[in-house]
Design a protein around this ligand. Structure first.
Ligand code: ARG
Ligand code: ZN
Length: 849
């Protein structure tokens, strides 16, 4: 049970802990419901601290014994930890506690998944394992002995001893407790090997449950590529003799970078062509890289406190994005990231959950593992790199690793290495870390006497707790095209530092067409009143692949908004533009598929709301359907040829080239099935020899109102494979019509395989409901009610996953009064649930505002 009145923690209140930890020895005697954890910790007074209170965090622990320097003591124990009298000199703390991993459904601390013991300690889970100063600025070496009758016993660092029923691990690198990990179970190793740049051999292993052996090869290769890339690009070498990855079925997040022992949600590591889509492969490669890159950006250099989370997460997301760009296609990756940022981060940044990349307060830190901290945090690194240049970025990073290795750092430390390297004052740049909200940049143009003047204005709307915003430094990459489509000014980065600023371009023969915010050079909303014709021009001629795509996207959005607002017919500029794109064989197929994409219905709702209209989810859905149908008809002559051109004869490879071809093929199949009712899709389904093809075909069939037989055979074929069954669940909800979504969802929650305590399965159904825009926003509120029912049910079992999913309600104030009332009622019902977790309480109260 948690304390009644939640406490708020503030960045400004940071003080160092009164003691340093020199070493930690842990012994685990594993038992499902009574695991004993014996700790022996060497403390000494911290010369840099003034407060000498000896408080150790601890939750859900049964204290059996505590001793200082061998003498048993009786500490003062509360629900959140203990305090004790300790000497003003170095001393040894010993404790024995008992914990119950078998009943730990929150999946935080030590818990069990399919008979296997595993841990998740970030952010504050270690306190559920033993009493400890569970804060990232307390770093120590760890030695861990595991006693247990299981074949595989793993912890951090290097193996240092092993016998029947026990194993010992020693991690020589000082680390905070959130990086602690332990795994014990009946696991099978998929081995690998890597030789580092200085010639050291590292034994790699990917540990999985029996039956998953065939899904390891791709992850192992991704790991080796990541290790090599970090050496080549950042000069970072791995620092232990072993590197272990474990796949776990019950996991709240994607994965975790525990030192030398990464733990992964099985959906984020297991892959095979038969069971995984191209998107799965790309995501897995990126997450493996992400967790591996944390070894330097996160583990060797960690965070002083949890307010600095973006120090490791923003930088590591940026690094994994660079990796993906290098392994695959840089423009495609940039477009994916912009789509993702707009879909997940913009709604957060422009609603009641808005918070700075470095928050200043929180009640539950788990609620701040957000798109803002991660993805906007990564955008800040990208802007910094663009502002200082590649060479200075490299020097600054070298200095960062050099200066701060082994430390727990702050954003101030991070920015200082850039200031020291470049001599540049980053005071204004720092506002990106402290101001929440998405800046809007408006463009106006002037052309007179051969001078083209571009005037940029920036403003950021008020966000919770921040009514006044100051101008930020915004790198705006701009290029100019002449009226005949030639580029007359190559990309140049304008630094917008004022609220309003003009930039002049001289020596031009005619008024140019400006391509602004190339490569999505800043995470802002660009307001540029282009005509359809200008957008079509940029779609045809822009040399910047991102902005060429953006032109098509904006054209689609404008078209849809006109259809929604004025019942307009789909415009010719859009339809002809798509025809040209599809015809252009010089364009990368992946890129052509992206060009055919549409803004999400939720993005359209946001755009309507921002232009002062009340979005009607049903009208949005209808407009999207109408535009899709019109597009299919407009390009129909091309479809058969494109279908055959996108067939792949070569054996399956999950690389960018084949994936791009399949993506285009999938789009073409979708348009085709709108015209033939699914005849082609049924053929494709029957012929499918990989999951991407199979799932795409099934999705086309379901969207065409067909495919019930295939849906059943898909289930029968894959019912033994939990990751594929997750897809089967999610697909039915995501392809349901607005009228049917809630009923389909409800029926699936009755299915025998709907194991709602498994986060992947829960999300496959319940998140899919929240993401089916028109279905979720059914006018009678049944979608809201169903979601709330399940959140209330899950909360006592797994607060973290429940709290995350509350964000489905974050946009509630965009909608009409009836829907607002219905959503508010459900939020209130959740808030008033007795014993609601701190996690969910904080989320719901922030959303209600
Ligand atoms: N550090 C992990 C990662 O980004 C995520 C862990 C999140 N854990 C949590 N309790 N929110 O790779
Ligand atoms: Zn991370």
């Amino acid at each position: 049970m948690r304390d009644a009145a939640p406490t708020t923690i503030y960045l400004k209140d940071y003080t160092p802990f009164g003691y340093l930890v020199d070493s930690v020895h842990l012994t685990f005697d594993l038992a499902d419901h009574a695991t004993r954890v014996t700790s022996r910790i060497a403390f000494r007074p911290n010369p840099d601290a003034t407060d000498r209170t000896f408080f150790l965090h601890g939750e859900d622990l049964t204290l059996i014994r505590a001793a200082i320097d061998g003498a048993e003591i009786t500490p003062d124990v509360t629900e959140t930890g203990l305090t004790a009298e300790v000497p003003n000199a170095p001393f040894i703390w010993e404790a024995i506690v008992e914990i119950d991993p078998g009943n730990n459904t929150a999946l935080e601390g030590l818990y069990m998944s399919n008979g296997m013991y595993c841990t998740q300690c970030e952010a504050e889970g270690f306190r559920k394992i033993t009493y400890y100063p569970d804060r990232p600025d307390v770093m120590s070496t760890f030695t861990v002995r595991i006693n247990g009758d299981l074949p595989v016993l793993l912890s951090n660092g290097n193996p240092s001893g092993k016998g029947k029923g026990w194993a010992e691990w020693t991690d020589p690198w000082p680390k905070p407790a959130y990086l602690f990990a332990l795994v014990a179970g009946d696991l099978i190793a998929h081995p690998g090997q890597f030789t580092t740049m200085s010639g050291r051999d590292v034994a790699l292993n990917l540990w999985v449950r029996p039956g998953d052996e065939e899904k390891c090869a791709f992850g192992m290769e991704a790991l080796k590529k990541s290790m090599k890339w970090d050496e080549d690009v950042y000069g970072r070498e791995y620092d232990l003799d072993v590197f272990n990855i474990v796949a776990v079925d019950d996991f709240n997040m994607g994965a975790m970078e525990n030192k030398g022992l990464n733990i992964f949600n099985s959906s984020a590591v297991l892959a095979s062509p038969e069971t995984s889509t191209d998107d799965n492969f790309e995501r897995i490669e990126a997450i493996i890289a992400h967790e591996y890159f944390h070894n330097w950006t996160g583990n060797r250099i960690t965070c002083r406190d949890w307010f600095q989370l973006c120090l490791k997460e923003g930088l590591t997301v940026f690094r994994d994005a660079e990796f993906t760009s290098d392994m695959r296609s840089a423009p495609v990756k940039r477009i994916h990231d912009a789509i993702d940022l707009r879909a997940r981060q913009f709604p957060e940044d422009n609603g009641p959950l808005s918070h700075p990349v470095r928050p200043e307060s929180f009640q539950e830190i788990n609620n701040f593992y957000t798109a803002t901290v991660y993805e906007k945090g990564a955008e800040l690194i990208g802007m910094l790199k663009r502002l200082v240049g590649d060479e200075a970025y490299k020097q600054a990073l070298d200095l960062y690793f050099d200066r701060h290795d082994g430390q727990a750092c702050t954003i101030e430390d991070w920015l200082k290495v850039f200031e020291d390297t470049t001599g540049r004052d980053l005071t204004q740049f720092k506002r990106w870390y402290s101001q929440s909200g998405t800046p809007r940049v408006t463009v106006s143009e002037d052309w007179a006497d051969g001078v083209y003047t571009l005037t940029l204005k920036q403003r950021t709307d008020p966000t919770p707790g921040q009514s006044e915003k100051l101008p930020q430094v915004i790198p705006v990459a701009v290029g100019l095209l002449s009226p005949n489509g030639d580029e007359v000014r190559p990309t140049e980065v304008l630094e917008l530092t004022e609220a309003e600023q003009s930039f002049e371009f001289t020596g031009l023969a005619a008024k140019p067409v400006a391509s602004i915010l190339r490569d999505f050079s800043a995470p802002v909303i660009l307001e540029h009143d282009h005509t359809d014709a200008e957008r079509a021009f940029l779609l045809a001629h822009d040399t910047d692949p991102f902005n060429r795509w953006q032109a098509g996207r904006s054209l689609a959005q404008d078209t849809l908004l006109r259809m929604i607002k004025h019942d307009a017919a789909p415009g010719a500029d859009y339809l002809d533009g798509m025809l040209t794109v599809l015809r252009d064989r010089d364009l990368d197929p992946a890129y052509r598929a992206l060009m055919l994409g549409l803004p999400t219905q939720s993005e359209l709702a946001a755009a309507l709301f921002e232009s002062g209209e009340t979005p009607d989810p049903m009208a949005i859905w209808t407009a999207v359907e109408t535009l899709r149908q019109a597009t299919a008809q407009h390009v129909q002559d091309l479809l058969p040829r494109l279908l055959s051109e996108t067939q792949i004869d070569a054996p399956f490879r999950p690389d960018a080239e084949q994936a791009g071809k399949r993506a285009l093929g999938g789009t073409v199949l979708y348009l085709t099935s709108r015209l033939d009712g699914g005849i082609k899709a049924a053929e494709e389904y029957a012929a499918a020899d990989n999951m991407t093809r199979q799932l795409t075909a099934l999705s086309c069939l379901l969207r065409a109102g067909a495919g019930q037989a295939e849906l059943t055979s898909f289930y029968n074929q894959w019912q033994h494979d939990r990751l594929v069954v997750d897809k089967w669940f999610a697909l039915q909800v995501s392809t349901a019509t607005p009228e049917a979504t809630v009923d389909v969802t409800r029926a699936l929650t009755q299915h025998a395989d709907f194991n709602w305590k498994n986060p992947n399965r829960f999300r496959s159904v319940i998140s899919a409901l929240a993401m089916n825009h028109a279905g979720f926003h059914r006018p009678d509120g049944a979608g809201y009610e169903l979601l709330a029912d399940w959140l209330i049910r899950l909360d006592p079992v797994n607060p973290q996953t429940t709290a995350r999913m509350c964000s489905a309600f974050q946009t509630w104030k965009r909608y009409d009064a009836e829907r607002q009332g219905l959503m508010q009622a459900q939020l209130t019902r959740i808030a008033e649930t007795p014993n609601l977790s701190r996690d969910t309480t904080e989320m719901v109260s922030r959303i209600l505002g």
